[in-house]
Design a protein. Structure first.
Ligand code: 9MR
Ligand code: ZN
Length: 582
């Protein structure tokens, strides 16, 4: 009996060894989603090596056994990357497991998983990355990521607490404006960018509560009465509320005058931190005030079942912001008076005001907001019809979408019908474009801007919302295509989420990652991605190359390799759309 068992063990070990050595060498020109694919959804890999003979196999990682053989598609020229690509479609593989592609004449791909919960971990990391960005408190990602920590920053008792009133604000002295999230690789806090970020995270909960409501993020509030996602959002809402002036207007940003060095936030050497104004009356900006009103109105709606008092505070703040905005609809922010930090300047605050009206209407049913939306929504339609994504500059699409999901009895059904038709037509066009793109990404050549990975993620948001309106499988497949692009199915074969996938990028422009002693960057953060227009010395020094290649995994490339909250938020939304019901 005993010897027999030994014999079996040896036999199995022998088999495993044989198939392991039979695995061809890894070849980075086979690009897969390095996290993986959902069993029931489309599955595509991209092959850019011209030696490919035309056949491929999908094999189990454990023993090399073949689960599918297929033929590559024809060579396709991709002007955005300059690559010639061939597609390996293995959508029929719907069993769970760990696999790799074996492409004849080329080699093996990275391993990837197929599983119903394949995105659970990356969702956890991408959402928990907001905790890592918390300002005004100590942060510690242990026990899951020991060593990723910082002491309390920018708070009472630290060298530059938030905050002093800047000369540009028309005021002076100190105010209490702690909490919130650091914006990006820098330690500034900007209301406009917080607006779209917090709005998209609130929507993540509102649309996908069934997927994310009980996900534990291992944050200090875990185990309390709020879903963890909302506790994390609350940290930033608390800061935003402090950015509202007594007259209802909202300050544009809170930063030092210049960016500090690559040090941990508690050692920030950028100098005093200020609440910054426009330099002349009324000092607050209309875009910040509009975004603030929209976010606070949404927060009032979404927090009401958990915390009616906070909902009431949020709604009152939104309404005061709305009134200020009605009196001051177009106060544009520009850096002045010695301020060099991010501007988030935007010459047109009509879309922010429309978003405010739409969220306030959706929350309250108020006739004034409905009337404003009726009279002004047409201006935002071309953005939606043209299939444009929401961005910090343009939140018009968010205004239209929130109205079309309104449950208020006074919702104008004719307008809603038009907006839904517009959304579905835009989604159909994006689906067609994505299928025709050799890399199966929704990005157009002109979309390779600063933060193009955020644009890709926001295509996912748009498509997932279209799917929520009408569950056409192609909408969610195309949404997932954009995720696959971000997680490795791109010309670089890089996963653009830190510590995620077999070959993640390593050198984000992110001060804590650059300053701490950890070998790997902080987990769960999305790189800005290729930027055809440049804006930093690294990208600007590149020779003329196709737009989707203007990227470098280099800490110095803030125009292509920074991380930012407004890029992580649509990533979180997109991931949430692909999580299983709990
Ligand atoms: O995301 C912003 C991008 O659209 C702008 O072109 C760029 C230059 O103004 O600024 C980006 O935002 C940065 C902000 O100004 C400061 N914090 C880091 C942000 C991400 O790079
Ligand atoms: Zn801070």
């Amino acid at each position: 009996m005993r010897s027999c068992r030994w014999f079996l063990v040896l036999l199995l070990a022998g088999c495993a060894q044989e198939s392991e050595s039979a695995r061809p060498a890894l070849n980075e020109s086979i690009k897969v989603d390095q996290v993986g694919y959902l069993p029931a959804r489309a599955k595509i890999a991209i092959v850019t090596d011209s030696r490919a003979s035309g056949s491929f196999a999908v094999r189990r990682s454990a023993d090399g056994s073949e689960v599918l053989t297929g033929r590559l598609g024809p060579p396709l020229a991709d002007p955005d990357t300059g690559d010639t690509v061939r597609i390996a479609d293995f959508s029929v593989v719907n069993q769970a497991g760990s696999f790799y592609l074996d492409v004849a004449g080329v080699g093996a791909s990275h391993e990837f998983d197929v599983a119903p919960d394949v995105y659970a971990k990356v969702f956890y990391l991408a959402m928990r990355a907001f905790y890592g960005q918390r300002c005004g408190t100590a942060v510690d990602l242990a026990p899951t990521y020991p060593g990723y920590r910082h002491a309390a920053c920018h708070a009472a008792g630290t060298p530059n607490p938030d905050a002093l009133m800047h000369a540009s604000s028309g005021a002076s002295g100190a105010v209490e404006a702690t909490r919130g999230w650091h914006d990006a690789g820098d330690y500034g806090k900007y209301v406009v960018n917080s607006g779209i970020t917090t709005g998209e995270l609130l929507w993540t909960y509102e649309v996908f509560a069934g997927h994310v409501g009980s996900v534990r993020l291992d944050i200090p509030e875990s185990g309390g009465s709020l879903p963890d996602l909302l506790s994390e959002v609350r940290w930033n809402l608390d800061w935003m509320l402090k950015m509202q002036d007594r007259d209802g207007g909202v300050w544009h940003k809170l930063t030092s005058e210049r960016f500090g060095g690559f040090v941990m936030p508690e050692r920030d050497d950028g100098g005093p931190r200020y609440v910054i104004g426009t330099g002349s009356g009324p000092y607050k900006s209309s875009c910040a005030t509009g975004d603030f009103a929209a976010v606070m109105a949404a927060a009032a709606r979404i927090f009401r079942p958990f915390d009616p008092d906070f909902a009431a505070v949020s709604l009152a703040a939104a309404e005061r912001a709305w009134r200020w905005l009605s009196a001051h609809p177009s106060v544009v922010f520009k850096n002045c008076c010695g301020v060099q930090t991010g501007e988030y300047g935007d010459g047109n605050c009509a879309d922010e005001r429309l978003w405010a009206a739409a969220e306030l209407f959706r929350t309250t049913g108020g006739a004034e907001y409905n009337a404003y939306f009726a009279a002004n929504h047409a201006a935002a339609r071309p953005g939606l019809v043209g299939g444009g994504t929401p961005s910090w500059q343009d939140v018009g699409t968010l205004a239209l979408l929130t109205y079309s999901f309104s449950a208020q009895p006074a919702t104008d059904e004719a307008v809603r019908g038009q907006l839904r038709a517009d959304t579905l037509a835009a989604a159909d066009a994006i689906v067609a474009r994505t299928a025709a793109n050799p890399y199966h990404v929704s990005l157009r050549s002109t979309d390779y801007v600063w933060g193009s990975n955020g644009v890709a993620a926001n295509y996912g948001v748009l498509l997932a919302l279209a799917y929520a309106m009408q569950p056409k499988p192609a909408y969610l497949d195309a949404a997932a295509d954009n995720l696959h692009y971000l997680l490795g199915r791109n010309t670089f074969g890089l996963s653009w989420v830190t510590q995620t996938g077999r070959r993640p990028f390593h050198n984000p422009h992110h001060r804590p990652s650059g300053a701490d002693a950890n070998a790997e960057p902080w987990p769960g953060m999305l790189s800005g991605g290729p930027n055809r227009y440049g804006g930093d010395p690294v990208i600007d020094a590149m020779p003329a190359i196709p737009p989707a290649r203007r990227y470098k995994d280099d800490q110095a490339s803030y125009a292509s390799n920074e991380i930012a909250i407004n890029w992580n938020a649509p990533l979180v939304f997109l991931l949430a759309s692909l999580l299983a019901d709990q």
